[in-house]
Design a protein around this ligand. Structure first.
Ligand code: SAM
Ligand code: SF4
Length: 340
């Protein structure tokens, strides 16, 4: 296993072969943020008064597709996840998925989407038909008042979105960020419901990436605490770790529950991800302070070789990650722009 905290050798990235950083971590998964805009205001993600970026600074459909093609055909990316902000606010989302679907002969294996689910009911069939494989839907809590307090929105459309996605035949996983003082007492009721519905649920430890100083260490409910809460009703067996960022546990009936424990058990040493923000900045890591701008060269007519060199160089210098620098991340960009 590569050692993410090992000193970085002073050599340059290879100009051929799979995309890798100097610590030996090969990149297979790309997260493309489609927008900074959102129809919810989750306390742990959005600044209190978000200023939306000018529309002309967001990557256009053809720019997203050019980058996606390069990442797949030339740099070995096999999985693309669309995120945001709320990707369903992009009117061209279905068209983007359709276009990504044409990249399968070049090596693309999975097209995935992360959504808050609010607008999903009306788009689920079209997304399935366009070629979407996987859908992660955020649902921190099912109680309407608590959902409102955390996100500023209503839970009912999300529940309808989940039902529509399943009816459309999409593979659905639920994501729930657990926050002490907000929804930690709902860990067990949410699991009861998800297990009864046959849905895979993943809890997420609260990460220090919000735009309003919301994160505090004592708001983080750790993987061990989540497991202890679940064990009260569901005896769990820990499964061997895979390349998924979540640790998975199996219930006695054979169902799986995941926990993404970025804070208490960082997964940095095996990280195979790379991110492009809604404005086309390459972020090697969720916790990077910045990264190379890809939008300017794209708009100035850069050729494929120049773009690939920029990407390879940016990824090569990927930091060790949260494992080496834990704590609150002070930077101008927040989760809703970067893409969670
Ligand atoms: N709007 C979509 C959604 O909510 O699913 C996609 C974008 S959102 C930024 C992607 C994921 O990041 C969501 O599952 C959300 O819960 C998670 N997220 C946002 N801020 C977080 C934080 N501070 N800690 C942990 N997870 C966070
Ligand atoms: Fe919007 Fe998703 Fe952030 Fe919530 S987590 S504010 S739904 S982008």
């Amino acid at each position: 296993m590569p050692d993410a905290s090992a000193p970085q050798p002073l050599v340059s990235p290879s100009l051929v072969g799979p995309l890798a950083d100097a610590r030996g971590r090969v990149k297979r998964k790309l997260r493309l943020s489609l927008t900074d805009r959102c129809n919810l205001r989750c306390l742990y993600c959005m600044p209190e008064h978000p200023h939306w970026l000018p529309k002309n600074t967001l990557l256009r459909q053809e720019e997203l597709l050019r980058l996606a093609r390069l990442f797949v055909a030339e740099l070995g990316i096999t999985d693309i996840r669309l995120t945001g902000g709320e990707p369903l606010l992009r009117r061209d989302l279905v068209a983007i998925v359709e276009q990504l679907n044409t990249l399968r002969p070049l090596g693309l294996q999975r097209i995935a989407l992360t959504s808050n689910g609010v607008l999903l009911a009306r788009h689920a069939d079209a997304l399935k038909a366009a070629g979407l494989d996987d859908l992660n839907i955020s649902l921190d809590v099912r109680t309407p008042e608590r959902f409102r307090a955390l996100t500023g929105g209503e839970v009912q459309p999300v529940l309808e979105g989940i039902a529509a996605a399943r009816a459309a035949g999409l593979s659905v996983k639920l994501n729930s960020v657990v926050i002490r003082g907000y929804n930690e007492t709902e860990v067990l009721p949410l699991a009861d419901w998800a297990l009864a519905e046959g849905l895979t649920l993943r809890y997420i430890e609260l990460m220090p990436l919000d735009g309003r100083g919301f994160w505090q260490r004592d708001k983080v409910v750790s993987e061990d605490e989540i497991v202890a809460a679940l064990q009260a009703r569901h005896p769990l067996q820990r499964l061997p770790r895979s390349e998924d960022p979540a640790s998975y546990y199996q219930t006695e009936s054979g169902q799986r529950i995941g926990i993404i424990s970025t804070v208490s058990r960082p997964f940095c040493a095996q990280c195979d991800r790379v991110r492009v923000t809604a404005t086309g900045t390459l972020f090697p890591c969720l916790f990077s302070e910045t990264g190379p701008d890809l939008r300017s060269p794209l708009r100035e007519g850069a050729g494929d070789a120049a773009l690939m060199a920029l990407i390879r160089e940016g990824i090569w210098h990927k930091e060790a990650g949260y494992i080496a620098k834990p704590g609150y991340v002070e930077r101008p960009i927040t989760m809703h722009v970067l893409g969670g």
